[in-house]
Write a protein that binds this ligand. Sequence first.
Ligand code: SIN
Length: 353
Amino acid sequence: MTRHQISAKSNQHPAIRRSTAVCSALALWVFGISLSWAGPSIADAPIVIQFSHVVTPETAKGKAAMRFKELAESRTGNRVRVEIYPNSQLYKDREELDALRLGAVQMIAPSLSKLASLGGADFEFFDLPFLFKDRAAFRTVVNGPVGLSLLKKLEPSGVRGLAFWDNGFKVFTANRPLQTVGDFKNQRIRVQASRVLLTQMKSLGASVSVSPLTNVYESLKRSQLDGQENSPSNIYTQRLHEVQSNLTVSNHGYLAYAVIVNKPFWDKLPHDVRLTLEGALREATLYEHDIAEQENNRALAQIRASGKVKIYTLSADERNQWRAALTPVYQEARGRISSETFSSVNSLMGTPP
Ligand code: SIN
């Protein structure tokens, strides 16, 4: 599906989408009845998991979703069918959270930044600038008690957290070099909906805009935004490098996801099916962790090869200047994010965040 087709669909008014959904449900119902006359009964119909996400199938998340589908379908002998809707084809960022809670889709994998609206400010902990020195540090944190307690925080919203997926370090793009903190002045930068990220941009002196990923390309193209931060793989697959002249390898923040399901749906699955799906997801998660770094390295090389963007890597001195300017982000976060999260991460990483 082309970007145009995808965005035409995702730009539909929610009411139109809802009535389309109702019509489709009716059509399926009628079709189901005619099937039951013609042959297989509705009892034989597979369990359908609709998995919606906002990035392209070529990203680590997109590929891992596909791996989960293959494993889930083959290991349940097709008792389960996984339908994947990538690139905001069904729902944009905030909408997919509502759709999951309402049971309109059964599985999503939003970024941790976006999960604060469901599970509270502790999810924004992962947005703190220069928090992780490498991927291993991120994985140590999510695979330990902090990860478990975060997933538990989603349950009162009717959502079950099953796994953490990785993307990697974020870089900045803009139509000017972003090298020193002063370069952010008068720049309107898109971030995800997270108060930590808002404070980050204010501390760098930029003005800030929150919008769904799927709108970023058009907003940059029309100069409604000057720049944005994301992983190289998201930048390349959303073609953001085609509408930006500069990219700074700042690795100033981390992008990661939680794979979450509608809890009532998940709890009602037959026990053996649920166990099989959990096994399939464990394997898809290992695969996702294996490929995330290479997808970002490849994307950065492809952006470089496109010749459309000047790429600059921050020096150690510049990183230290950015780090100092970003101190207020930690102060603001300490007022909202639990001290347990700060202290568990401290003991896991061995250095105060
Ligand atoms: C994602 O990677 O799922 C989205 C990130 C973003 O909204 O920038």
